[in-house]
Design a protein around this ligand. Sequence first.
Ligand code: 13P
Ligand code: SF4
Length: 310
Amino acid sequence: MSDISKKILNLKKEKNAVILAHNYQIPEVQDVADFVGDSLGLSRIASNTDAEIIIFCGVHFMAETASILSPEKKVILPDIDAGCSLADTINYDQLKKWKEKNPNAVVVSYVNTTAEVKAESDYCCTSSNALQVVESIAKDKEILFLPDMFLGAYVQKKTNRKINIWPGECHVHAAMKYEEIKNLKDEYPDSEVLIHPECACGSQAMAIAEKNNDKSIHFLSTEAMVNKSREITSKNIIVATEDGIIHKMKKVAPEKNFISINRKSQCNFMKMITLEKVLKSLIDEGPEIKVDEKLALKAKIAIDRMISIG
Ligand code: 13P
Ligand code: SF4
């Protein structure tokens, strides 16, 4: 273990801090974390932890969600500029206008949104419980789903509901095309494929899998992908999401061969968090992410619904 990692672990103990890392973080950061997981899992931990300080190794909306859930805790994002291109596709004014045009609709927001957008939403969801959240809404209700159009299309297809979908996308997952999966499937015919529902390749992959009754293609959140990689029997596993997840997959299933659909599929925002920044943030106890109390209380209603479903 490096000196810097040792310093982080010692200081973390001294300050009663917990380090949470998303599955897309660089390996060194994952290795100093107390918990590595997906958005939903990390939100749950943030709402239950006894630690006084939460070092959130992820992106801004994740730290903001943790702060809303635990306002009495110091929630720290080691790089304040670690944003999310998907969360940036819709703001408060845009959502207000969309709601005005659809006054009777229920708003379901993916957790990759700002606190202002969450506060204007009825429900939040993550990729791991989006289907359950939509299924929990009365069938006759119109739904506005935002901001990811690929996840929205996936939910629409799976639930068979008529959903109005915001045309947002994440730059990393939007670049993942079905041709890449097809080429790798041809190269590794015995492989299984794990696809994050934010991927642009999702609809085509789902249509082809259904047409061919192909059971080797799975649509899962990041944590469910990690768990699936342990379960499945094929040695070769094609992974369609951000590359950082492969570090955790190799830990849980070292005997498997993980093939990323695109070696360059890295989220530049997630990769902004380094060990040096984690150490500095522990020393400085900042940058702290704080949400205005009134706004946080409003946003928390949708977040609590997300946490209680699925
Ligand atoms: P998960 O909810 O699956 O962790 O995904 C979060 C994310 O940002 C995907 O790009
Ligand atoms: Fe946002 Fe995409 Fe990065 Fe996930 S991978 S944090 S959706 S920019």
